[in-house]
Design a protein around this ligand. Sequence first.
Ligand code: GRF
Length: 221
Amino acid sequence: MSERPARCRLVVLISGRGSNMLALADACARDLPADIVAVISNEPGAAGLASAAERGLKTEVVAHRKYPERATFDDALADTIDRYRPDLVVMAGFMRIVTPPFIKRYLGRMLNIHPSLLPDYPGLNTHARALADQRTRHGATVHFVTDTLDGGPRIAAASVTVVGTDDADTLAARVLEREHELLPSVVGWFATGRLTMRDELAWLDGQPLNTPFDLDADPAA
Ligand code: GRF
């Protein structure tokens, strides 16, 4: 029997458009045993804040520019997050590097979605870098957040074929579509108690994910 409450409380961190957050909100409304209890942005002008509010989701801004130091911003962010008592914190296009104490506080219950097939291309400009390397496959990965940037235990990935006519924008758009499937799937596993982090690995249904689950191998998972 799962030890989790019937519905998993999600706090989603964003910095911009928020399309992954909206995909998650759709999935919660449809069939995920989870609710977005707050959407928090470090950018006051993030378009995703308005979209979230339109959906009736609670929104918060913790503007990093108001904090002279990373650590004080992270403390303020954590205080805001904790007011919502989340079971899971989801970084969905959250463009801030956070400090080790913040990471420790949410270890094993904080996910990030990254637009590359990790471990390839951590950091920025992933689509352009994949194109420059003439990759034939590219995609997105969801992982637990640890101290290594985009380097925590990988959970699942979804990929697309890179075609000759692709530029960074067309490739990003196709990867984003896959992200909108990938993130709700992984959050669903966590919400139903199937996914945990232990021994620096992600575990799904009691099995260590030495390589990330390939969403394309079983799209219905
Ligand atoms: C996504 O590509 C995500 O993987 C990356 O930033 C982008 C955010 O897009 N971390 P959105 O704000 O969810 O639309």
